[in-house]
Design a binder for this molecule. Structure first.
Ligand SMILES: [Zn+2]
Length: 396
């Protein structure tokens, strides 16, 4: 009797669930919902979507950033459908990691999910992501990251693909050529001519001091310098990164340094383009009507040269407030827009772009943290040893 009652209750419940499911099914629209077309932004020509807040792309003309055309060989690898390009697109994070000057540290990283080759590709982390730069001398370990640029360069390709069977030697050779114009690559390659690195250390500029509204292609002398111990510290910025020959410890690259992005993502920023840092100027409202962006080059009417324009701006903005500088969110909101003439190909870089997006999101969140919590994170970063609560990614 009890069994029959229980069966009736189960059946009643399942009937109710069926009814609820039917209600749910009946409420599903039978037509797809399409967003209405929106005109592009009148300031930066970014494609806009319905319900997108106004000013998201460029803060109504206040943010202007120049982008560079991606090298044709890299563009081909990112966009073509031939066998080699498809292989590159599947292993793009691995290729980027082997050329990255810094290594990645992640608190909680789902490795299996990011390696999956079926279904929707997902790069998932929880917590913080850190970028680290190693000593100049490899020690007991095989060379990695920046060391690969000047150690045993006769066997560079073999060193880069060692232990990674899926990597293609010809792709690595092509990428070495592509990065021939990268200022960090040029600088580190020159270190192989120094007879003894033990007496030498290097200084990596946190920001390359470029006006990114006009030009974002630094030279090797703008991004780093060699340093000999006997020299005093004059000319050294406290925010610059000083890398020693052999300390046994790695150094963290702070999220608010302009070199944070190009050191970790050489395949996204092949010319060593600087990323966001504090102090990037906005376009003054009074000048916005005189600015136009044409094929990635900022042009200005009414001034004889860019320098004359910058001088004029400096006169007007001697004491620059934070409101006149581009925030981290504004910088990347501008960079991730779809624009018809954008040649940077950032949006076409697939799995590597996903990692970069996650890294950027964490960077923006970190910037928004209250100072107390940020200090706690920074203290965690300084414990750069094997017991630190994060995982290093050696291979993608
Ligand atoms: Zn815009």
């Amino acid at each position: 009797m009890q069994l029959i009652m229980q069966l009736e209750i189960v059946l009643n419940n399942s009937n109710q669930e069926c009814l609820q499911q039917n209600d749910t099914l009946s409420s599903i629209p039978d037509q797809s919902f399409a967003l209405k077309d929106c005109p592009p932004c009148t300031y930066c020509n970014a494609r806009r979507f319905q319900y997108e807040p106004p000013g998201l792309c460029c803060s109504s003309g206040q943010v202007v950033l120049v982008s560079n055309e991606m090298p044709s060989l890299l563009k081909q690898l990112f966009c073509e459908k031939d066998e080699v390009s498809r292989h590159f697109q599947a292993c793009v994070r691995r290729y980027n990691n082997t050329f990255a000057f810094t290594s990645l540290g992640i608190h909680n990283y789902d490795k299996q999910l990011s390696r999956r080759n079926k279904g929707i590709y997902t790069f998932k982390v929880q917590g913080q992501m850190y970028h680290f730069i190693n000593d100049l001398v490899p020690g007991d370990q095989p060379p990695k990251n920046l060391q690969l640029y000047f150690y045993d360069t006769d066997h560079e390709v073999e060193n880069r693909i060692k232990g990674a069977e899926r990597m293609n030697a010809s792709v690595v050779e092509n990428l070495i050529d592509v990065l021939g114009s990268n200022p960090y690559s040029q600088f580190f390659r020159n270190l192989k001519d120094i007879s003894s690195l033990d007496d030498c250390n290097i200084l990596i500029r946190s920001n390359a001091s470029l006006d990114q509204r006009v030009y974002n292609m630094p030279t090797s002398s703008q991004v780093a310098a060699t340093w000999v111990d006997e020299q005093d510290g004059s000319g050294q910025n406290n925010h610059d990164i000083r890398v020693f020959a052999k300390t046994g410890q790695s150094h963290s690259v702070k999220y608010n340094y302009g070199c944070y992005d190009p050191l970790q993502y050489p395949l996204l920023f092949p010319y060593g383009e600087s990323g966001w840092h504090e102090g990037i100027s906005k376009v003054p409202k009074s000048y916005q009507n005189n600015y136009s962006v044409c094929q990635g080059i900022l042009q200005h009417r009414g001034f004889s040269s860019i320098q004359a324009l910058l001088n004029k701006e400096n006169e007007n903005f001697v004491s620059q407030s934070k409101q006149n500088t581009v925030s981290c969110r504004e910088y990347y909101a501008y960079s991730f827009q779809i624009r018809p003439n954008d040649q940077s190909m950032l949006l076409h870089s697939g799995r590597l772009f996903q990692q970069f997006i996650v890294d950027t999101y964490i960077k923006i969140e970190h910037g928004a943290l209250p100072n107390q919590k940020k200090r706690m994170c920074t203290e965690g970063e300084d414990q750069e040893n094997d017991n630190a609560p994060f995982k290093r990614i050696k291979k993608a």
